[in-house]
Design a protein. Structure first.
Length: 161
């Protein structure tokens, strides 16, 4: 899979799973300047209800130059005047770069199955960042019930009748 293929996969995943929430997904969007003064082009821009979320995509199957690009990508994303993340996948990142990505609040490991585009463990990090940004709390509490004290009305704090 190429980096372009990976970006397309992430864009397709977002449309397939969140299109019903009103998201629009755009590829290769020019937006401002990078931290070194170059014209910046986002891999993915997700828009929903007047709000935006930037996604840079990094896929590395074999060891190579992507390792060198990760610190720059994280710094450049942090300098962007909007929220966003680096979506990443692949076995070619060095252990040090994997540690850097796993520790970053700006990174999300994500590798959807191309045949189904279904959400799951391999997409959870990106799902959670999108949910927190856009306020899709149902994604975060899926399968959970609100906490309640047995026998107590939480509004009045009196014994339930």
């Amino acid at each position: 899979m190429t980096g372009h293929d990976y970006s397309d996969l992430i864009a397709a995943y977002i449309v397939a799973n969140y299109g019903s929430r009103g998201v629009e997904v755009y590829r290769e969007v020019s937006i401002g300047k990078s931290i070194i003064g170059k014209n910046r082009k986002l891999d993915i821009l997700v828009l929903c209800a007047g709000d935006g979320f930037a996604i840079e995509c990094k896929y590395q199957e074999t060891q190579g130059t992507a390792d060198e690009k990760i610190p720059y990508t994280l710094d450049d994303l942090a300098a962007l005047q909007m929220n966003g993340c680096v979506a990443y996948a692949g076995d070619g990142f060095s252990p040090g770069v994997i540690h850097m990505l796993e520790a970053s609040e700006l990174a999300a490991c994500c590798l959807p199955a191309a045949d189904s585009l279904a959400p799951g463990k391999s997409t959870r990090e990106l799902d959670h960042l999108l949910a927190m940004h856009f306020g899709w709390w149902d994604i975060l509490v899926a399968g959970k019930k609100p906490f309640a004290l047995a026998g107590v009305d939480l509004h009045t704090r009196q014994p339930a009748k």
